[in-house]
Design a protein around this ligand. Structure first.
Ligand code: UDP
Length: 377
């Protein structure tokens, strides 16, 4: 099979799995997917903890999208159930709804508020910054310094290792501020979880007679051995592909501690954030949203780190500038050698899972247009 590959895909996460599936199903290509880890699904990987509880091994993935056609595509590989993504933040000894909503504002400022009164209060608190250039300005311009200090400053520093002032406005800006009592983490139209989990979803996607998956295999081990007839899709860190020749792009990593507890539920909602206490940023009891029923539970404590497997690109100007230089190399690599770069690490973008899947579908369309016609080779 190794001399019989139309498409080589590096990475069996969401990006690689989608491109592989489309190429095999739509174009009839023979696809080889390699992944250095021992499982598919990338950072969406979930598995059964020794206690019997399903956990998200690399941090929570709260699937949401506004794109019904994307959801329909994924529904070929899984059923879904509705999920309630609710987060609270430990602030001044209380677990307050986060994103900040009317209930949060009432508890924080110690008075009952109508939406109109809350809007007035925030208008009075917030800084007049018409076009925020970073995340600190972004939050200050929405809610002012007290709420920034209590909910954002410490969390962001822990999460990214740099101040919110050094990060793009969109990092904190992706979190809404609400004048209602809506306590959902996100606003998207569809908020659902795959019934049997993410690993089962991506396994089902890759379960195609023209797709072969090689786990525990690094791209470097095969890149000189396999000459795919049509193309290569690379979903790992873009700077790694080029041997870091322009310098290293920084990625933020995470460490997890999974703690089993002999109770049905240990915390009131799926996620508790700790902006001002502990080294970890959040505790996640994913059982709240997986739909699993079990007498025991598992809580994972998440501590950000500068070293370890890459999880997040760090959205700030200097990193984007370096990425742009790598992206220029990537364009040349695509034109000359048919190598396509797709996904959070390869495009150095802070994508959510649905966004990565959208990118992968677009990558496939590009592949099809540029490499799909004519004889292979
Ligand atoms: N954030 C914060 N306080 C919180 C939660 C989030 O300041 O309690 C900031 C932080 O910088 C974080 C960003 O908002 O990285 C986006 O948060 P989100 O929960 O969307 O991050 P993810 O789930 O992708 O790690």
């Amino acid at each position: 099979m190794l001399d019989d590959v139309d498409l080589l895909v590096c990475g069996a996460g969401p990006a690689g799995s989608v491109v592989a599936e489309r190429a095999a199903a739509v174009l009839g290509w023979k696809v080889l997917v390699v992944d250095q880890r021992s499982h598919v699904a990338g950072n969406c990987h979930d598995s059964t903890h020794p206690s019997g509880v399903l956990v998200h091994n690399y941090g929570p993935h709260y699937f949401r999208t506004n794109d019904e056609s994307l959801l329909r595509y994924l529904s070929r590989f899984t059923d879904w159930h509705e999920a309630n993504y609710e987060v609270r933040s430990l602030v001044r000894g209380q677990l307050l709804p986060f994103p900040i909503n009317l209930t949060t504002l009432e508890a924080f400022f110690g008075k009952s508020l109508t939406p109109e009164a809350a809007a007035e209060l925030l208008a009075w608190k917030r800084h007049d910054i018409p076009a925020p250039t970073n995340s600190e300005e972004q939050v200050l311009s929405r809610v002012g310094p007290e709420l920034y200090d209590a909910f954002y400053r410490g969390y962001t520093l822990k999460q990214w290792g740099v101040s919110a002032a050094a990060l793009d406005p969109g990092v904190c800006g992706r979190i809404p501020v609400r004048l209602s009592r809506d306590a959902r983490y996100v606003d998207h139209k569809f908020q659902v979880m795959p019934t049997r989990g993410f690993t089962a979803l991506f396994r089902s996607m890759l379960n195609h007679r023209r797709i072969r998956v090689l786990l525990g295999c690094k791209y470097d081990e095969v890149r000189d051995l396999i000459r795919p007839r049509r193309a290569t899709v690379f979903t790992g860190p873009i700077d790694e592909y080029f041997g870091h020749r322009l310098g290293r792009l920084p990625y933020r990593s995470l460490r997890f501690e999974f703690v089993a507890k002999p109770v049905e539920f240990a915390q009131p909602c799926v996620q508790v954030n700790y902006p001002n206490d502990f080294a970890y940023t959040r505790s996640v009891e994913i059982k709240h949203v997986t739909g699993q029923r079990h007498a025991h539970t598992v809580v994972s404590y998440e501590t950000p780190s500068a070293t370890g497997d890459p999880f997040y690109p760090i959205p700030r100007a200097e990193n984007r500038a370096l990425y742009a230089e790598y992206a220029a190399l990537a364009e040349r690599e695509r034109a000359r050698h048919g190598v396509y770069f797709c996904g959070r690490l390869a495009q150095y973008r802070y994508f959510n899972t649905d966004e990565v899947i959208g990118e992968a579908l677009r990558c496939f369309e590009r592949l099809r247009a540029e490499r799909g016609a004519g004889p292979p080779g």
